[in-house]
Design a protein around this ligand. Structure first.
Ligand SMILES: [Fe+2]
Ligand SMILES: [Fe+2]
Length: 232
C-alpha cells in the first residue's frame, strides 16, 4: 500500500510558522494529515482569516452540520455495510456536538448566525464522484477523507493566527477531524477491496488530492472555511 493510503507520519504541517502553544499536543494529527495532502493551504488564506472571523465561524457551523448530514445520508443509502453504519453514526453525533460548540463560540463572540452561501470546495470535489456503484461509495468515502484532512490542516493553521478566545476551539477539534480522516480512508479501502471499486485506489486518491489542491490554492472571490486564495 502506498504512502497516501497508509497515511504514514513523515512530515509536519506549517513548519515555516512560529510554534504555537497549541501545536505540541496535536503533533500526531498534523503529521498524519500533512503526509496525506499534496498542497498546504497558502499563507495568504491564514493571513486573511482574522478579518473574516464572522464568516469563518458561520461557515464552520454549516460545515459541521453538513458533515453530520452527509454521514446520515450514507447511513440511509448503504444499510448493507455494518462497519460503515457504526462509524457514520458515531461520526454524525460527533459532528453535531462540534456544531453546538461552534454555536456556543459564536454566541460568546457576539456573532449572529445568518444564511451564507457555501464554498465552491465541497461541490467541486463532489463533481468527481462516480454515478455508478460501487465506485460511487468509494468516491464518497475518499471525498470525506480529503475534506476531513483539509479541515484538520486548516484548524492547525488557524490556531496560529486567531486570538486565543477562538483558537482554543480549533486546537480542541483538530484531533477528532484527523481521526475522521483516517476512518473515511480506511472505510474506502475496505469497501474497495470487498466490492471491487477501483483496480488502483491510489490513483483515485491522487485525483481527489489534485482537485483539492487546485481548489485551495487557486484564487477565490469568497472567503470560506475551505476557500482558495483570497483575491485582493
Ligand atoms: Fe467536525
Ligand atoms: Fe469531522
Amino acid at each position: 500500500m502506498s504512502s497516501k493510503l497508509s497515511a504514514k507520519v513523515t512530515s509536519s504541517v506549517h513548519d515555516d510558522t512560529a510554534p504555537s502553544k497549541f501545536a505540541g499536543r496535536n503533533a500526531d494529527a498534523l503529521n498524519t494529515v500533512s503526509a496525506f495532502l499534496t498542497a498546504q493551504t497558502p499563507q495568504a488564506w491564514f493571513d486573511k482569516a482574522p478579518e473574516h472571523l464572522a464568516e469563518l465561524l458561520m461557515d464552520h457551523a454549516n460545515c459541521e452540520k453538513k458533515a453530520a448530514s452527509t454521514a446520515l445520508s450514507m447511513m440511509y443509502r448503504y444499510v448493507e455495510h455494518p462497519e460503515l453504519l457504526k462509524k457514520m453514526s458515531s461520526l454524525a453525533r460527533e459532528e453535531l456536538r462540534h456544531f453546538e460548540q461552534v454555536l456556543d463560540l459564536m454566541a460568546a463572540q457576539g456573532v449572529a448566525y445568518e444564511q451564507i452561501t457555501s464554498a465552491r470546495y465541497a461541490q467541486g470535489l463532489h463533481a468527481l464522484v462516480s454515478k455508478v456503484e460501487p465506485k460511487r461509495l468509494v468516491d464518497l468515502l475518499l471525498c470525506g477523507a480529503v475534506v476531513e484532512a483539509r479541515s484538520c490542516e486548516r484548524f492547525a493553521g488557524l490556531t496560529q493566527v486567531l486570538p486565543d478566545s477562538v483558537a482554543w476551539l480549533y486546537a480542541s477539534l483538530l484531533n477528532s477531524e484527523a481521526r475522521h480522516f483516517q476512518d473515511y480512508l480506511q472505510l474506502a479501502q475496505t469497501v474497495n477491496q470487498q466490492f471491487g471499486g477501483y483496480a488502483d485506489l491510489q490513483q483515485r486518491v491522487d485525483e481527489f488530492l489534485a482537485l483539492d489542491a487546485e481548489l485551495v490554492t487557486s484564487p477565490d472571490d469568497q472567503f470560506r472555511f475551505h476557500s482558495g486564495v483570497p483575491r485582493g
